[in-house]
Design a protein around this ligand. Structure first.
Ligand SMILES: Cc1cc2nc3c(=O)[nH]c(=O)nc-3n(C[C@H](O)[C@H](O)[C@H](O)COP(=O)(O)OP(=O)(O)OC[C@H]3O[C@@H](n4cnc5c(N)ncnc54)[C@H](O)[C@@H]3O)c2cc1C
Length: 469
């Protein structure tokens, strides 16, 4: 991946840094821990390890620039994992699921406080989240979820009246919905580049433009790049969408699918009129959800998940370009906001998110070498969970026996997709069925029975676990 085509967030963050200083790996290095991947997961993990054991010698190697992957191009929507609770509970058990929901919720203030304490400002605004229904079929979609959260004393959601939902979301298209105060938005690339700087200040060595090409694990663990190598006692692989290509034993654990976004020019007055001059995040109740938020300088970001699926989980070139559904996104935006019909869109982009079969992340040890650790599978919802991921991976690397390392989240992939080519063909068939079903629902028609059954197979890859059928 190069940074030639990047998200506006990433370009903005790099511009603010002025002249880039890039250290590449051209030597033989020795460290206690080598982390591969300089996104949120790699950086939070490194920072957590330093906090717990300040003398640990840590090296991060990143194939492009820190943040050039999902961390510097995501939507910046901070969404805890509460909407995944019923599925998590079934799969990892109530205790682990409750801990994960709480940890992902606590992450929002922890990240915010961390940035304040370390004097950098990724424009965090904690104004909550709305899951909105845009059609009658989607009304009341969170009621079961809320009951389950309430049974476990972890509910933060409330159903609001149509009027309140429309006021909060700025759109008459939203006719019902739920609000939680635990959520908000930020400028994602400022967060990841800020973490990089703090990591360097704390003595963590970072090599960029230094791809791990292979590793050797005979008597020593050695990570190799084109011009250098790092010998280490523990290797943490935090390469997100690239993980299944690197570790074949994980190739069936995720499916890579794009999330696509557009962003407007600054339209402060219009944003103010829509009552969207705050950090609220709005998602609709489709499986491949539309989502939007504004920025502190008055731009509107509008996106949708679930468009391009890649065969064999390869990080294909189109993930590093403009969105192939830019026109569709523009039209959808106007459906939500007719007053923005003539608003100029300044850029579209996309990127691969790794959807797990379960819909939530997992962590594990390489089956042949417990000193090699990995964690990924945030399924398009990673800003808060990667903070938790840093806590988990740091515990695994430091061999702590705690509630995370003993949990079912650290047992590798629990469920798998079928092998290729069935995975990819199945994904396309299901995606198209979901589109037809949601289109019918939007027009108050009953979806075709087959499409309904096929769409059920996809529930794990949406952001919300339980929408009534
Ligand atoms: C388009 C898009 C929109 C999203 N929107 C949201 C959102 O609004 N809210 C939300 O919570 N989450 C969102 N997500 C998910 C979130 O961005 C991710 O879950 C999160 O950034 C994952 O962080 P990471 O560090 O694990 O991965 P990444 O940030 O992808 O970092 C992995 C790094 O590994 C590097 N790498 C890969 N292979 C190698 C190698 N061989 N050697 C060295 N380095 C390597 C890559 O260059 C990359 O920098 C979105 C994701 C995408 C793609």
């Amino acid at each position: 991946m190069t940074h030639n085509y990047q998200s506006p967030w990433f370009k903005e963050a790099l511009e603010l840094e002025g002249e880039l200083k890039i250290n590449t790996l051209n030597s033989k290095e020795i460290s206690d821990i080598c982390i591969v991947g300089g996104g949120y997961t790699g950086l939070w993990t490194a920072l957590k390890i330093k906090e717990k054991k300040p003398k640990t010698n840590i090296i991060i190697i990143e194939k492009d620039l820190c943040g050039s992957g999902a961390s510097g191009r995501n939507g910046g929507c901070m969404i805890p994992l509460s909407s995944k609770f019923p599925a998590m509970k079934k799969i990892v058990g109530t205790k682990d699921a409750v801990r994960m929901v709480k940890a992902s919720e606590e992450a929002i203030n922890k990240i915010s406080n961390y940035c304040k304490l370390n004097s950098f400002d990724p424009q965090i605004r904690i104004n909550g989240i709305v899951y909105a229904a845009t059609n009658n079929k989607h009304r009341g979609g969170f009621d079961n979820l809320i009951n389950e959260l309430k049974d476990n004393n972890i509910n933060s959601w409330e159903r609001l009246t149509k009027e309140k939902i429309q006021k909060l979301t700025g759109s008459k298209r939203n006719i019902d919905g739920y609000y939680s105060a635990i959520g908000g938005s930020l400028q994602p690339a400022l967060l990841v580049r800020g973490l990089k700087k703090i990591a360097e200040k704390k003595g963590i060595k970072i090599f960029e433009k230094s791809e791990m090409l292979s590793y050797q694990d005979n008597d020593k663990l050695i990570v190799k790049s084109i011009n250098g190598e790092v010998e280490c006692k523990k290797l943490i692989v935090a390469i997100n969408a690239w993980t299944p290509s690197f570790f074949s034993f994980l190739s069936r654990s995720v499916i890579l699918v794009s999330s696509d976004m557009i962003i407007s020019e600054p339209i402060n007055n219009k944003i103010e009129k829509l009552n969207l001059n705050n950090g609220i995040v709005v998602l609709d109740s489709n499986l491949f959800t539309h989502y939007y938020r504004t920025t502190i300088d008055g731009r509107l970001m509008f996106g949708k998940g679930g468009n391009t699926f890649s065969l064999n989980n390869k990080v294909i070139r189109s993930f590093d370009g403009p969105s192939s559904i830019e026109n569709f996104l523009k039209k959808s935006l106007v459906k939500f906001f007719p007053s923005l019909k003539n608003t100029k869109i300044i850029q579209s982009w996309n990127g691969p998110s790794e959807r797990t079969k379960t819909g939530f992340p997992f962590f594990g040890y390489h089956p042949k070498n417990k000193n090699i650790i990995y964690g990924f599978g945030y399924s398009g919802n990673g800003i808060l969970p990667t903070y938790v991921g840093g806590e988990i991976l740091s515990s695994m690397a430091l061999e702590e026996k705690n509630e995370w390392t003993m949990s079912n989240f650290c047992k590798g992939p629990i469920k798998q997709f079928p092998p290729e080519p069935f995975r990819w063909i199945g994904a396309i068939i299901i995606r198209n069925a979901v589109r037809r079903k949601e289109n019918a629902e939007q027009h108050d028609r009953n979806p075709n029975w087959i499409d309904q059954q096929l769409a059920k197979l996809a529930t794990s890859i949406g952001r919300v676990d339980r929408i009534k059928d």
